[in-house]
Design a protein around this ligand. Sequence first.
Ligand SMILES: CCCCCCCCCCCCCCCC(=O)SCCNC(=O)CCNC(=O)[C@H](O)C(C)(C)COP(=O)(O)OP(=O)(O)OC[C@H]1O[C@@H](n2cnc3c(N)ncnc32)[C@H](O)[C@@H]1OP(=O)(O)O
Length: 196
Amino acid sequence: MPNWWDKPAPVVIPEGYAEFAEQFRILQDVMTAAAPDADQTRTASQLVAELIDVLAQSATDEWSQLSGRLPVPGRGQTLVPAFHIETETETESRGTVRFGRQFLGGNGAVHGGAIPLFFDDAFGRFANTHDRTLARTANLHVDYRNVTPIDTDLAVIVRFDREEGRKRYLTGEIWNGECLCVEASGLFVVLKPGAA
Ligand SMILES: CCCCCCCCCCCCCCCC(=O)SCCNC(=O)CCNC(=O)[C@H](O)C(C)(C)COP(=O)(O)OP(=O)(O)OC[C@H]1O[C@@H](n2cnc3c(N)ncnc32)[C@H](O)[C@@H]1OP(=O)(O)O
């Protein structure tokens, strides 16, 4: 069985798949925002049952799935809020994120659990790119400075602060205009040879 030390095989992305993954995000947003009546619930439930049926026909292993491996913002991993990178150097990545309705915690604020999810993914990607060897999240710290609003384009900064032996330290921020919403930091530890 392959592991993280093997180079993943190039993924062939069927035409329309990236758009389908984006539709799937929208589906999760509209599902969260909806209050269907009984007829609408029945219709929606039948359509989702059909969708499950179609997708289950191409079920495959982790190494062949398309989700998480697309060369698009969010990589087609529809659980994770997509980080739209605008500029990137070896040590700093800047871009935007927009938490859709599916990430609502309450009263217009993003769910507190969605924010570490976002940073684990954004840090994890950055800790593992630019020809760096593989590292996993050892810890993640999040300070919620101000409410992070849903359905708003927010500025993101991710920094590769420093590397000490096998330890990589990353920090990040989410801004709503001039308002600092979140500060985060993470430790990523380079895997020992043979560790998966
Ligand atoms: C994942 C690969 C993707 C690749 C594709 C890339 C592109 C695609 C993008 C994907 C984006 C998604 C990326 C998600 C990234 C995850 O979410 S990874 C999943 C979550 N993390 C885990 O499951 C990790 C579970 N934990 C472990 O496996 C092990 O504890 C670790 C973290 C590998 C460390 O174990 P170890 O190698 O035995 O480390 P050890 O020798 O004990 O310690 C080494 C040093 O680190 C320190 N340390 C270790 N743990 C800690 C800690 N928790 N706190 C403080 N210090 C610590 C030690 O004190 C030690 O320090 P020094 O003595 O050297 O100063």
